[in-house]
Design a protein around this ligand. Structure first.
Ligand code: NDP
Length: 249
């Protein structure tokens, strides 16, 4: 299938940037969004096929404006990657409702709002690819990150629900579930551990490395390679799957 236009939310950083560059390398126009315009411009400057539009995935109106601008310029999205996400950590009993809602609204509601406008058009055209960037936190529990784990389990559920709904349309819906990846999100987690435990940066980084089953941090490009496979013709029969990129189980 020769795809023409992809949306990658959170394409101005980390995993989203790597996926945008991988798709652009295949000749696909990629619209990236995020809230920080300077970071959007930096990534757009890396390829003529990457186009930046600021948008907040938690805001329905902002997502609608993004679709309107991007699709009127470059045609309907053939591929949507709901990648934007945030994390924080605290024991569940000290997690405020405000913090719970903040994480759920970006990671789960934001993922739903990101893909919803594409569903009908993809189904009518009988072609499309939807990819959620979930996490191994969508597959198993983990201490001190209750809203994050709940949001990512929700994303895996959403993947399965949409895959079932779109089964006969030729549109596939999958979730990529990485363990710790070397991005800004991991750097922020390292900072939190340093602040809370007094560990050095390298000690904190080593702690995260050792949580990954093979004691190796994942590179964003390794996640992007799976996204590239999911949009290939070879993956037409793969749908409704959470795919772990985790160095073991
Ligand atoms: P980064 O912090 O590098 O990137 C997060 C991206 O999300 C940024 O581009 C950010 O842009 C965007 N974003 C956050 N909130 C919003 C919002 N409200 N609207 C639009 N964009 C938003 O982290 P990663 O690349 O690591 O994270 C990408 C995804 O991968 C996330 O869903 C994360 O949960 C998941 N993941 C990450 C892992 C890791 O270890 N790094 C492991 C497993 C999964 P801006 O701030 O400009 O809005």
């Amino acid at each position: 299938m020769s795809w023409k236009h992809a949306l990658v939310t959170g394409g101005n950083s980390g995993i989203g940037r790597a996926i945008a560059l991988a798709f652009a390398n295949e000749g696909i126009d990629v619209t990236i969004c995020g809230r920080r315009e300077d970071k959007l411009a930096e990534v757009a400057a890396e390829s003529d096929l990457i186009h930046a539009l600021a948008a907040d995935v938690t805001d329905e109106t902002s997502v609608a404006a993004l679709y309107e601008k991007a699709e009127s310029a470059r045609g309907p999205f053939d591929i949507v990657v709901a990648n934007a996400g945030i994390a924080s950590s605290a024991p569940a009993h000290r997690t405020s409702l405000e913090e719970w809602n903040r994480i759920i609204s970006v990671n789960l509601t934001g993922a739903f709002l990101t893909v919803r406008p594409a569903l009908k058009g993809m189904a009518d055209r009988k072609a499309g690819r939807i990819i959620f960037i979930a996490s191994v936190a969508g597959l198993r529990g983990s201490a001190y990150v209750a809203p994050y784990v709940a949001s990512k389990h929700g994303v895996v559920g959403l993947t399965r629900a949409l895959a079932a709904e779109l089964l006969m349309t030729g549109v596939t819906v999958n979730a990529i579930c990485p363990a710790y990846v070397e991005t800004e999100m991991l750097e922020q987690s390292i900072q939190r551990v340093m602040e809370k435990t007094g560990r050095s940066e390298e000690e904190a980084r080593q702690g995260f490395r050792e949580i990954n089953p093979n004691h190796r941090l994942i590179k964003p490009e390794e996640v992007a390679a799976t996204a590239s496979w999911l949009i290939s013709d070879a993956a037409i029969n793969v749908t409704g799957q959470p795919i772990a990129i985790s160095g073991g189980s």
